[in-house]
Design a binder for this molecule. Structure first.
Ligand SMILES: NC(=O)c1ccc[n+]([C@@H]2O[C@H](COP(=O)([O-])OP(=O)(O)OC[C@H]3O[C@@H](n4cnc5c(N)ncnc54)[C@H](O)[C@@H]3O)[C@@H](O)[C@H]2O)c1
Length: 387
């Protein structure tokens, strides 16, 4: 039975970051009646009667390696016009209460202390959150800094090898994988909003299926790729041949700073790059640039130039410029994903929640990228008739 009396916990990895802070500020402003849920997918009428947990009831906690208090982080985001300044005073106590539930994330010293130390600690933090808050469901969401792809290891692909390594006190997983594994070990769902590796590792996917855990990802689709997932099907359906599709992204903020490192941006390039060839059905020359421009703060500009040919080979071009506030676009999706993943937990989904592909650049478990088809699938899945 879908009721709102359940206690749903949301554990944010990267809880002091821009996306996480914006999501929590938004949820608490909605809870106090100081904002509406406009901008959230699940507040639309297609989701009426689906019995999703109310945003105002979500209980937050998380991990971060940064120590800046949430109230300060929220003030800084208000200063950049990401969240409204009015109302922050009214939710100050709420943010301080959440602050007390944010635990230190996995850092270098943690990993140096012992191979499985970080896994044990993250797992204990999650268990404590579940017990103290008397949660019925727990969703762990990765919104931490993009990490570099890990060096290949047999335990990444083979669950037997992973379990043997863990039993021997070794933990050959990247940080994102440790967070995902800890989530599965405490019967939580794991959502990867980042391009990091996490549940992309076949061993973790196999563990989730075997243990009846669910996960979703990866890399939230919020700007340039969102537009591509609308426009690429249009070119395909109208028989227009795309000759090249070049993209340039300028962004500031913590995410922009992280993506300035080539090892970290490689994952983002991969999740952004897959959609064109998969949707169009042929390889396309699609150079992509991501540049860090500190001055842009929390804002981002993407410029795409598409050259294509139509009937009788006539050459044409289209260009678009997207100027988005990344966290304001991402935060409502994080809240949507928490609500929808609760539905998956209630239904006992095992493995990737394929019906959530609408939200991601690199949807796990399904090759479908076209936004309208993804949306129709999402609405059909969430419909009460299926519950
Ligand atoms: N904003 C968007 O539109 C969007 C879209 C898709 C994906 N994402 C992804 O979401 C993530 C968050 O973006 P953001 O703008 O909030 O970035 P941010 O830099 O503001 O926040 C990241 C947070 O993660 C923390 N962190 C770093 N390492 C950690 C660790 N080992 N454990 C726990 N916490 C750790 C940082 O201290 C920081 O507080 C990024 O990976 C980004 O690529 C964002």
């Amino acid at each position: 039975v879908e009721t709102s009396s359940e206690r749903v916990g949301v554990w944010l990895i990267g809880a002091r970051g821009s996306v996480a802070t914006t999501a929590m500020v938004g949820a608490r402003l909605v809870a106090h009646g100081l904002a509406t849920a406009d901008g959230m997918v699940t507040s639309g009428r297609d989701f009426a009667g689906t019995g999703l947990p109310p945003v105002a009831d979500l209980v937050f906690g998380g991990h971060d390696v940064a120590e800046i208090p949430l109230v300060k982080r929220a003030d800084a985001l208000a200063g950049e016009r990401v969240v409204p300044a009015h109302g922050l005073a009214a939710i100050g106590d709420d943010l301080e209460a959440i602050d007390r539930r944010i635990r230190p994330g996995i850092d270098v010293s943690d990993r140096a202390a012992g191979a499985t130390t970080s896994l044990d600690r993250v797992r204990a933090d999650l268990e404590r959150f579940r017990a103290e808050e008397q949660l019925d469901h727990l969703v762990v969401v990765n919104v931490s800094s993009v990490e570099a792809a890990p060096a290949p290891h047999p335990a990444h692909t083979d669950l037997v090898a992973l379990e043997a390594a863990l039993a021997a006190g070794d933990c050959p997983l990247p940080n994102s994988g440790i967070y995902a594994l800890a989530a599965f070990l405490v019967d939580a769902a794991f959502v990867d909003f980042t391009p990091s590796t996490a549940t992309r590792l076949p061993a973790l996917g196999a563990l989730a299926v075997r243990e009846g855990r669910c996960y979703a990802g990866r890399d939230g689709k919020t700007g340039e790729t969102l537009l591509r997932s609308v426009l690429a099907p249009m070119f395909a359906q109208r028989g227009l041949t795309v000759r090249s599709w070049a993209g340039t992204n300028l962004l500031g903020g913590g995410d922009g700073r992280s993506l300035a490192e080539p090892e970290r941006s490689a994952g983002k390039m991969a999740t952004k790059g897959g959609i064109l060839a998969e949707t169009l059905g042929y390889p396309v020359d699609a150079p992509l640039h991501i540049d860090f421009v500190a001055d842009m703060g929390e804002w981002k500009t993407a410029w795409d130039h598409v050259s294509f040919t139509g009937f009788l080979g006539t050459a044409m071009a289209m260009q678009f410029t997207w100027q988005g506030c990344d966290s304001a676009l991402a935060a409502p999706l994080v809240l949507d994903l928490c609500r929808l993943t609760t539905l998956a937990l209630r239904r006992g989904v095992r493995g990737p929640i394929e019906d959530l592909g609408f939200f991601f650049k690199d949807p796990l478990g399904t090759p479908e990228h076209a936004l309208t088809r993804q949306y129709d699938r999402l609405v059909a899945w969430a419909a009460p008739a299926r519950a």
